[in-house]
Design a protein around this ligand. Structure first.
Ligand SMILES: NC(=O)c1ccc[n+]([C@@H]2O[C@H](COP(=O)([O-])OP(=O)(O)OC[C@H]3O[C@@H](n4cnc5c(N)ncnc54)[C@H](OP(=O)(O)O)[C@@H]3O)[C@@H](O)[C@H]2O)c1
Length: 245
């Protein structure tokens, strides 16, 4: 039997955290397949450079902070204004601060909780009405983490935000499936991105050689979107062969 994946040509996808790592790799892979992307993150210069790289006909930049309800609406509006619709959203923006819960400042913890969890909720709240209105279907692919199943001892609050994303995805799947929207949590182990620098690791750390790369995770996101509409993924954990689960 020949199994046919969905053609993503001209589908429109909004991605948060698009200036680096997994979000940027996802945008690149999607445009390669003929999709259009609306790109959100705080660093406007990097966003505009990425739009130039991908081609202004294929991508639109929306400098935004996922902690802001209005900014998330602007990301969705940018997609609809430029491409006429929104098919799918990828809430991916996130930050991780390592160490004991007692080591962090109140502000650091608040920033992480608001970016990782609240940000995900605000992106979805902005995206779903437009997805239902303009395409009547689509995907929400949340980039969570394996820390959303079992957190390490130096990342308790981060892990809590990732558990929250996995829980949100599961419950939203139950809410939105009947409306035609699929919800997936893509949950990678360590990925050698800017995010992973810290906790004793430096840029181009040799330990990253055994880790996942951003393109591995981006490909998982793309694969979820490519599944026939009769199939849904819900949760996808990814590990490299060198990583202990
Ligand atoms: N790398 C890992 O080991 C790993 C493992 C498991 C899961 N993850 C998850 O993967 C996701 C992406 O991380 P990554 O590894 O690709 O890291 P990354 O390269 O550091 O990318 C993070 C992205 O999030 C954006 N961002 C951060 N705060 C934001 C805010 N308040 N508003 C809007 N955008 C914001 C950053 O852009 P600006 O600075 O321009 O805003 C950047 O584009 C995160 O949710 C992370 O938890 C990562």
């Amino acid at each position: 039997m020949t199994y046919t994946l969905r053609d993503l040509k001209d589908t429109v996808v909004a991605i948060t955290g698009a200036t680096s790592g997994i979000g940027k790799a996802t945008a690149e892979q999607l445009v390669e397949l003929g999709a259009k992307v609306s790109l959100g993150a705080r660093n406007a210069e990097r966003l505009h450079a990425l739009v130039e790289q991908l081609g202004p006909d294929n991508a639109v930049a929306c400098p935004m902070d996922v902690r802001s309800v209005e900014d998330n609406q602007a990301l969705i509006n940018a997609a609809v204004e430029k491409f006429g619709k929104i098919d799918s959203i990828v809430p991916n923006a996130g930050i991780g601060i390592y160490g004991s819960i007692l080591d962090h400042s109140d502000d650091e913890l608040r920033r992480m909780m608001h970016t990782n969890y609240d940000g995900t909720v605000w992106t979805i709240r902005a995206g779903v009405p437009e997805m239902l209105k303009t395409t009547g279907s689509g995907d929400i692919v949340i980039v969570s983490s394996v820390a959303g199943f079992r957190g390490g001892g130096d990342e308790a609050v981060y892990a809590g935000t990732k558990f929250a994303q996995v829980g949100l995805a599961g419950a939203l799947d139950r809410e939105l499936r009947e409306k035609g929207i699929r919800v997936t949590a893509v949950c990678p182990a360590g990925v050698g991105t800017e995010f992973a620098v810290g906790a004793g690791r430096v840029e181009n750390d040799e330990r990253f050689a055994d880790w996942l790369v951003a393109d591995d995770v981006a490909h998982a996101v793309v694969s979820v979107l490519q599944q026939p509409r009769s199939v849904r993924t819900t949760v996808w954990q990814l590990w490299s062969m060198g990583q202990q689960s």
